[in-house]
Design a protein. Structure first.
Length: 511
């Protein structure tokens, strides 16, 4: 089983073992492209670039698929979370069609990879159904249908859907798919290494300097590349995109249903947040995957309650035999609904792919195709569409960066006793909370063995105060989505630094 960024196990984690690279990195080599991030975006990008004649190095902070790829629900869709009616309204009909063209190419590329490399990832082509349950949603669905057609994606209204949920109107779209994302990524990683690419795991990128080339500072030393691509879901450090991407958490369950009544298509309701449904077969076993209850990261007091609400929704409509897996995952939304793919604002040799919303499967491959074309000097009709530089910097951004280089209040020389922590927090086993002690705030967690872990609650990225996630047992930042394990170590960027630890000592009883 692979590890990922939370204490709950996803369906995909149990389907593979840890990936073990066979390639070796060389600190003296000038790579053409260094890719930070070993999820579906990073590995797809690396393979496409390596096959295009570029010498590539992948640096993964943990292990392949540790982050969102290991927690996705893996809908391969052209029917997007942000509907074409919204894209058309915010941009134009022409740009909505460009978006549709780009995701159709991405879906076709995933299918081509599976055939070309004979990948066993339980891939299956299917349809997608979007259904309305209220009169308002019904009117909106009419607009979505027309805009989807205008964008070049055929659709039709249907009278029946494959799940026992009452609805007023439903729209079906062909050309969708589903698969096991981790097995797919592992297969692409194998092909990347066979093509001469290099993968380094447990190697966090902590900084990059642009000179004649790009010098990349990591937890394992310095590497050099002509270009650097951040395929890390959100770029690390402090940059403009952090103020234009909203971190969100979504919840998912993989369920065993009674009487083998598993729907074959992808389905979506139209609430905000919406629910999404599909079936996945892994090694002959079927699982019904349901997701939803999304919220902004660290803006929900009780994340475990979100899982309970999702389970209640499932049991209301479906005959459940067993909740086999439950987990949550993180994604980032851009304000205009389209991802940012291209040069990182303010940089010439550093590229980025972020802001996918809930459509990481198609947009990961859109990113890989576009970035490969950009770095091999090929034209692409999507370059301006997804350009991160469509954003305008906020006036105070430069001063913000200089002010927040080191925002963490250090507890140098302060030693607290475990007894003080216990008395202060009154923690149950497995509980975390932020408490005040002598005008200082402290993040405290008591593990299953009764050991207390005390940290500064100040996120080292931009000085925001972290919040406890009781579903995944992590400290999450409500500002830009950085996440930390209960012991303070980084699990998700954009921060590159751990939470500061506070020393504890046990009081010695005196006779």
């Amino acid at each position: 089983m692979i590890q990922r960024d939370g204490c709950n196990t996803s369906l995909w984690q149990d389907s593979v073992d840890d990936y073990r690279p066979v390639s070796k990195a060389d600190y003296s080599t000038l790579y053409d492209v260094v890719i930070a991030g070993g999820g579906i975006t990073g590995i797809t990008t690396a393979l496409l670039m390596q096959n295009a004649g570029l010498k590539c190095l992948v640096l993964e902070a943990n292990s392949l698929c540790f982050g969102t790829t290991g927690g996705t629900t893996a809908h391969i869709n052209t029917l997007l979370d942000v509907p074409y009616s919204t894209i058309e309204k915010k941009f134009s009909k022409e740009k909505a069609k460009l978006v549709a063209d780009s995701v159709k190419e991405a879906v076709a590329t995933i299918k081509k990879h599976i055939g070309k490399y004979d990948i066993d990832c339980d891939f299956e082509e299917t349809t997608a159904t979007l259904f309305a349950k209220t009169d308002k949603q019904k009117d909106e669905l009419d607009k979505i249908s027309q805009a989807t057609s205008d964008a070049g994606i055929a659709n039709e209204f249907v009278k029946k859907i494959s799940i026992p949920v009452k609805f007023l109107k439903a729209m079906k779209v062909d050309g969708q798919a589903k698969f096991n994302p981790v097995r797919y990524v592992y297969a692409l990683a194998d092909e990347f290494e066979k093509a001469g690419g290099v993968i380094v795991q447990e190697c966090r990128v902590v900084g990059a300097d642009e000179t004649e080339n790009v010098e990349i500072q990591t937890s394992k030393g310095k590497y050099k590349g002509r270009f650097l691509v951040y395929a890390t879901h959100i770029p690390p450090g402090v940059n403009l995109l952090h103020f234009r991407c909203v971190p969100q958490r979504s919840y998912a369950m993989a369920i065993k249903l009674k009487e083998d009544k598993y729907p074959g298509d992808l389905l979506y309701d139209m609430y905000d947040p919406y629910h999404y449904y599909r079936t996945q077969e892994i090694d002959g076993e079927k699982y019904f995957i349901v997701g939803g209850e999304d919220h902004k990261t660290a803006h929900e007091e009780n994340q475990e309650y979100c899982l309970l609400k999702l389970e209640s929704h499932v049991r209301k409509y479906f005959d459940v035999e067993e909740i086999a897996y439950k987990w949550s995952s993180q994604y980032y939304e851009s304000p205009d609904g389209l991802p940012y793919i291209g040069q990182l604002p303010g940089h010439e040799k550093i590229y980025v792919a972020t802001g996918y919303g809930g459509n990481g499967m198609p947009y990961s491959t859109v990113s890989a195709l576009l970035l490969t074309r950009m770095l091999t000097n090929e034209d692409s009709p999507y370059r301006n569409l997804y350009d991160p530089n469509r954003l305008k910097p906020v006036a105070s951004f430069s001063s913000f960066i200089s002010h927040n280089v080191d925002v963490v209040k250090q507890f140098a020389g302060r030693i607290f006793s475990g007894e003080q922590m216990h008395q202060l927090a009154e923690l149950a086993t497995g509980e975390g909370k932020i408490v005040e002690f002598e005008d200082e705030k402290i993040a405290i967690y008591k593990d299953e063995q009764g050991k207390v872990h005390a940290l500064s609650p100040i996120c080292p990225h931009a000085g925001c105060e972290v919040k406890w996630n009781n579903a995944e047992l992590t400290w999450d930042c409500p500002c830009h989505g950085s996440r930390f394990s209960y012991d303070g170590s980084v699990m998700n960027g954009p921060t590159t630094k751990d939470l500061s630890k506070i020393s504890l000592r046990e009081l010695v009883n005196k006779e």
